[in-house]
Design a protein around this ligand. Structure first.
Ligand code: BGC
Ligand code: BGC
Length: 775
């Protein structure tokens, strides 16, 4: 039996998948566990203590590869056979992770995974190795894969089907490189604008993040109503459970303080929804929540996630996080103590992941079990969970010999179409004065900013490398400026480019004095409109920490100089977190938020700014105005009181859900099917929307609810539901929202969901409806 054969069958499946361009469908998400449980039990019974311990250990791939003396990675990759067999045969390690510092051609990935799978195929080990990577916005470690917008851009689409398509494409391209497990989606809420991983979130709202997050999970894992993941799917990993993004300082992996009520109503919600969608693995928050490091929080991991929600998969630590209990959080007296605390709290797999630390981990865990510091029953439970997931992923299966090799195409037509659609629906128009947009086809355009010409700024971190700062892996055939020039020339227009503002390669801080020079004056004078790309240096986790909440001064100055020169200025934001705009807000005539759009930015962007397509993206977060205030649309009523005691003290730059379009929309009619909402009832809220454009237009309709006179102060309003639709030319469309009692539960002081009778106000655009809740 050879691994090639499994890949052949995989290729056939993948090809079929792409040919039929899988359509999203509503399928039950639960796996048939009975059969899997029986198999996992049977395997567990045959295992020695060493084998069980090894199953809970994950190492990084760097430890089993040979590197050049200068630290670079040779291609083709060279697996270090002794290190591999020491890990998987001697220590019985059950899982390996990571890209070896860089993206690889798909063929290299396949060879690597084949080499790692070989000891199982050759029956040198009994249990196959589970390999995981971070495929965060597409298979970003496979060269030539389809790179989508980062999650924050995906969230701006408010499009559930697109989220699923993103998941499907990412799954196909990841699995086609041999990797069955993806450390994604991030389900942390983006409510702290300083946090370096804001762009990895689906925005600030629990409802939006839940719906889109669950959809991504279904895209990754497919229909689970069988006993196995399809060969074109990957295991999802919900992360980072829970509260990671709420860091008070905004710095990565620093403490969060979240009330029980906010935990219930906000931060836990997307995880619960992903569990219901069938997500099979979870990664734990590296930081502390309310003083307790995520990795020892048995209440959240064991009581809530596993017992209350019925999560059947396994919990993996984040990078080195058991060691950090001792070294960083200092809650454990030793490495051994830390292991006991984490495993007993409900950790199933430890991303140790370095060598020789993993050997110590295995030795110490074995000791702990023998001494009773970790009960055998807990170890058995951890191993059983891991075995279940390995069985569910089909890792034990003998590859079929029937299928012929059919090479899979990365960036297939349908994959690229989905990525372009995601970009198209994410682009959010925040300001448009003097009708500067759409640009006239024959105008003379001056484009400025390093990000216009440097695709690292389109993609952000988790692109080819961890921090996404290495440009050498990008293919050379995508150029915004070239396509823009071609497009303009056909209409007697003109496009020029000046860098204007740039970043230092060595420090990632803005280059001083790189602004406009006297020699540039001619280009500026001859331009009708200047389009300035405002960006941030790519980064994530600690390297992405940032002290300055503002867009850099040099970029503000550039926009200001152009404005002072009497130019019309369009600003394109390529930002992963909502940086304060300072003077840009007034200096720019138009502002387009592009988030981190990925590789397929050019065409959708040009379509929007020339007006051949309309904008439909909406902000998935509240855009802050002041450096001393992080505001959220779902704030308490008391936050609306201003300095002079009048309202509205809540004053963000742009509200959650904000986004302009060229078409004008109006509410034709709205209604509610009953005055009272009772348990077991469904009441229908209906809204008819009309636009004035002479082409079909897409619109997102959010429904916000608000309540008062309840035993705990309520959020002013919060998102109840949303729908996105195409509305035909010059026409109207009916949006129908089912309302049920469960949508109006709220958390009490202690974090328990509760229900109470009373009035509910519902807002859809400028139309308000009322219903009385009688649960
Ligand atoms: C990150 C995770 C990631 C893991 C594996 C950690 O440092 O926090 O999000 O999945 O490394 O690369
Ligand atoms: C991983 C990151 C991790 C980092 C730690 C990288 O290779 O992919 O997720 O946090 O190493 O140094």
């Amino acid at each position: 039996m050879s691994i090639h054969q499994s890949e052949r069958s995989l290729f056939v499946f993948c090809l079929l998948l792409l040919l039929f361009c899988v359509k999203p469908s509503k399928m039950p998400a639960q796996m048939n566990w009975t059969e899997i449980d029986v198999q996992a039990e049977a395997i567990l019974k045959t295992m020695s203590l060493k084998q069980k311990v090894g199953q809970t250990c994950q190492i990084t791939v760097e430890g089993i590869l040979r590197f050049n003396p200068d630290g670079t990675l040779p291609l083709p990759l060279q697996v270090n056979g002794e290190e591999l067999s020491e890990a998987v045969q001697t220590y019985k390690v059950g899982s390996i992770l990571n890209a070896p510092g860089r993206a690889l051609p798909r063929t290299e990935w396949l060879k690597l995974i084949q080499a790692i799978h070989a000891p199982y195929v050759k029956k040198e080990i009994d249990i196959p190795i589970l390999y995981g990577v971070d495929a965060i916005h597409g298979a970003n470690y496979v060269l030539g894969a389809t790179l989508f917008p980062q999650e924050i851009g995906l969230a701006a689409t408010f499009n559930v089907d697109l989220a699923r398509q993103f998941g499907e494409v990412t799954a196909v391209e990841t699995r086609s490189s041999g990797v069955p497990w993806n450390f994604s989606p991030v389900l942390d809420l983006g409510r702290q604008p300083l946090w370096s991983r804001f762009f990895e979130t689906l925005g600030e709202d629990p409802k939006l993040a839940s719906v889109l997050g669950a959809s991504i999970v279904k895209g990754y894992q497919g229909d689970l109503n069988q006993s196995k993941l399809g060969p074109d799917r990957v295991l999802a990993c919900m992360k980072h459970f829970v509260g990671y993004s709420a860091s008070a300082s905004g710095r990565d992996r620093t403490p969060a303080i979240v009330s029980p009520r906010d935990l219930t109503e906000l931060y836990l919600v997307p995880f619960k929804s992903a569990v219901e969608a069938g997500a099979l693995t979870v990664m734990i928050n590296s930081a502390s929540l309310n003083g307790m490091p995520g990795h020892i929080n048995s209440h959240l991991i064991t009581d809530v996630l596993k017992n209350k929600w019925g999560f059947k998969g396994f919990a993996v630590t984040d990078w080195e996080d058991i060691l950090f209990l001792d070294r960083v959080h200092q809650v454990a007296a030793s490495h051994k103590d830390a292991i006991a605390m984490a495993i007993n709290a409900g950790i199933d797999l430890s991303m140790v992941p370095l060598n020789p630390q993993y050997k110590e981990y295995c030795r110490l865990l074995e000791e702990l079990v023998l001494e009773g510091g970790v009960p055998m029953a807990r170890l058995d439970d951890a191993v059983k969970r891991i075995l279940r997931v390995k069985l569910a992923a089909g890792l034990f299966d003998v590859p079929s010999k029937k299928n012929k090799t059919v090479p899979i195409t990365l960036q297939s037509e349908s994959a690229v179409l989905a990525a372009k659609q995601a970009v198209s629906e994410s682009l959010t128009l925040l300001k448009n004065e003097h009708s500067v947009l759409p640009l006239k086809p024959n105008s003379s355009i001056l484009v400025l900013g390093q990000a216009a010409a440097d695709r690292r700024f389109w993609n952000g971190a988790w692109t080819h490398t961890w921090q996404g700062r290495d440009s050498s892996y990008f293919s050379t055939d995508i150029s915004l400026l070239k396509e823009w020039q071609q497009r303009a020339q056909t209409q007697q227009g003109k496009v020029d480019y000046l860098v204007g503002s740039s970043w230092s390669e060595s420090t990632g801080i803005p280059n001083e004095g790189a602004g406009l020079t006297p020699q540039n004056q001619k280009s500026i004078e001859s331009a009708d409109v200047c389009v300035v790309f405002v960006s941030e240096w790519p980064g994530t986790e600690k390297p992405g920490d940032e002290e300055n909440p503002f867009v850099t001064q040099n970029q503000m100055d550039l926009v200001h100089e152009l404005k002072a020169a009497g130019k019309r200025v369009v600003v394109v934001l390529m930002l992963g977190r909502p940086k304060l705009l300072g003077s840009i807000l007034d200096d720019a005539d138009a502002i387009v938020h592009a988030y981190l759009p990925g590789e397929h930015f050019t065409q959708p962007f040009l379509d929007k700014i020339y007006g051949s397509a309309d904008f439909s993206g909406r902000l998935p977060f509240t855009y802050p105005r002041y450096p001393g205030r992080w505001e959220h649309y779902d704030h308490a009523n008391s936050e609306t009181i201003a300095k002079d005691n009048s309202g509205n003290g809540y004053n963000p730059l742009f509200d959650f859900g904000f986004g302009l379009s060229y078409a004008t929309w109006s509410v034709d009619a709205s209604s509610i099917s009953a005055d009272t909402l009772r348990s077991a009832d469904t009441v229908w809220l209906e809204v008819r929307l009309r636009h004035n454009a002479d082409r079909p237009c897409q619109v997102t309709v959010p429904v916000f609810g608000s309540r008062r006179n309840l035993p705990i102060a309520q959020r002013g309003k919060y998102l109840i539901d949303f729908q996105k639709k195409w509305v035909p030319q010059g026409n109207s469309a009916l949006f129908r929202f089912p309302l049920s009692v469960s949508q109006f539960e709220f958390s009490d002081y202690n974090g328990n969901w509760t229900q109470a009778r009373g009035p509910i106000r519902l807002d859809v655009f400028n139309s308000t409806l009322n219903v009385y809740l009688e649960p």
